[in-house]
Design a protein around this ligand. Sequence first.
Ligand code: ADP
Length: 263
Amino acid sequence: EVDLRYIVGIGAVEGGAVLITFQDVTEREQANQMRRDFVANVSHELRTPLTALMGFIETLRGAARDDPAARDRFLTIMEGEASRMNRLVGDLLSLNRVESKERIRPKEQMDLVAHLCSTLKTMQPLADAGNVSLNFSPPEVPVMIIGDPDQLLQVFINLVENAIKYGGDQVEVTLELLDRDPSLRAPAVRVQVTDNGAGIDPIHLPRLTERFYRADNHRSREMGGTGLGLAIVKHIVNRHRGRLRVESDLGAGTCFSVTLPLS
Ligand code: ADP
């Protein structure tokens, strides 16, 4: 019994035999399945805030119509739901851009030290708001790599933001730049983002960079997470021919490390 969809050619060969050419569709089927799952996930993620918005609009038209205090409260919630949708669409577009560029090697010479210092400056207000201390002792000499500064900014912002978001109260986030990592054969540099926060259960670690995968679903949604941050990070690191690693101890903290080839 043969599934006709897998036949890509039929021809006669000498001696009255028939040549049937099959195509291995496993990979294509897998890609199609991934696409279908992705569309289902996106629809689900968009539908949740949309359903909430529609519910509140109905309430505003009805019961809360003449109650200014309730109206204000509902409008604030609606604003939050709308910005969740906005973040999701923004992250989807970022993922799309990053994926489409993945095969194009970055070209720009850049100093990773200066880059990390300016990333931390951007993150300082968020850290202050969460009572988090951000530590980084930059090396005194520049560390040159070939990279895409905008994309690497996105990588380190995502990692530091996660450390702040999931770390919990009074957490400390430390950035380290290990120049010329001796454990690697090719000259490379390693950036580590370590927190002493809640940590991640080891069963989640292998799947963290999958789109929409969340180790703590409730907390991620509560913190406004889209579940796409680490997927974006992974694609950017791949584009730089780098490596992303995570180590974590539940209750003790997490360390994400990004290894990048030196220019
Ligand atoms: P999200 O938008 O949910 O933050 P990410 O892709 O950035 O999505 O992260 C995936 C999941 O990994 C998060 O939902 C969270 O459960 C977990 N996670 C990421 N970073 C940390 C961290 N520093 N500490 C604890 N959990 C983390």
